[in-house]
Write a protein of this length. Sequence first.
Lengths: 186, 171
Amino acid sequence: MNKTLLTLNLDYNTTLGSDGLAALSRGLRVNSTLQNLSLRFCGIDEHGGQYVSNILAFPKTCIASINMEGNQLGGFGLLKLCPGLKSNATIRSICLADNKFKPTDVIALECFGETISKHETLTEVSIVRNIIGNDGGLALSRHLEQNKKITSFKVDTTLSSKIYEVLSRIPVSEKKKGKKKASKKK
Amino acid sequence: MPKSKENKPKKNDTESDGPESDPFVLFRNYSKQCESVGIEANETIKKVLCQNENPNSICQLLIFPQDNSTALSAAGCRALVSAILGECNDCDAGKYTAFKEIRICNSNIGDEGAIALSRLLSKCDGIDQKCLYLELPDNFIGTRGALALGRSLCCGVSILPYSPHHSFDHP
């Protein structure tokens, strides 16, 4: 019985898929030591959202960050992920970048917004490289403004500048880095 | 009167613990395992374990092959895990207990390699083995490997039966 592993990184195992995540989640949904899980570019489709939810919903979980970048969760997967995220009280960072969320996924984005609006521990969220459209952006922004604990919220730059400004939250440390780089170029 | 914990000398993480954490002994055991299954010992592992200037035990194993010829493969991964766990018949000393980080990248270990590593994970009870970080990117790990890894990380309570297409309405 493992009591030590804090980080598990299975990035770029495209053969994993949702079935692989289902198998992995069978153990992880009752794990109380793992803190960081990275499953970038693992070919996980919309069915994977439910399994991420199962992992997050375990009452004794210690998960602090989860990275699902480059999968294909889509709106359905996002919708299924929300209940687990809602009941989780440890997660600080979630990356759902490049997960094929579409402008038509307004209901899923609304649900995700509602979930994170009341979240007590979440501080970093990324949904960059998802073309959610202005309607999707608006659905999120209605809820996001309620949660001031989220210090980093990254969205795609394809949104209209007005909605982008409302949604996007960049931590002060990253802003400083950007300024330093710009001044070095000069 | 119970002794204060603060008075006990703290053990350094990189301090040698004897033959159990001697990288040379581990490499010798790994080579024996490779020989017994008819494969060559991986050059990267040799470099990591034998050409390190630090005489103390090595806590981190990083395998990042430049090309396919130096990839670890499933058989190599099994041999390595057997050597770490001291499972071979003619192993010198016992387990190698110093690894805290294992990073095996792009090494084609597949499901069999993941299953072997899950055996190591299931022995990480925090007393002998203490692997904190496992990174296995780009290794063609599929459902069987994921299932084994998941099982090794399970804390012993299985709530629901496994079915990849099962929909759980109440997580």
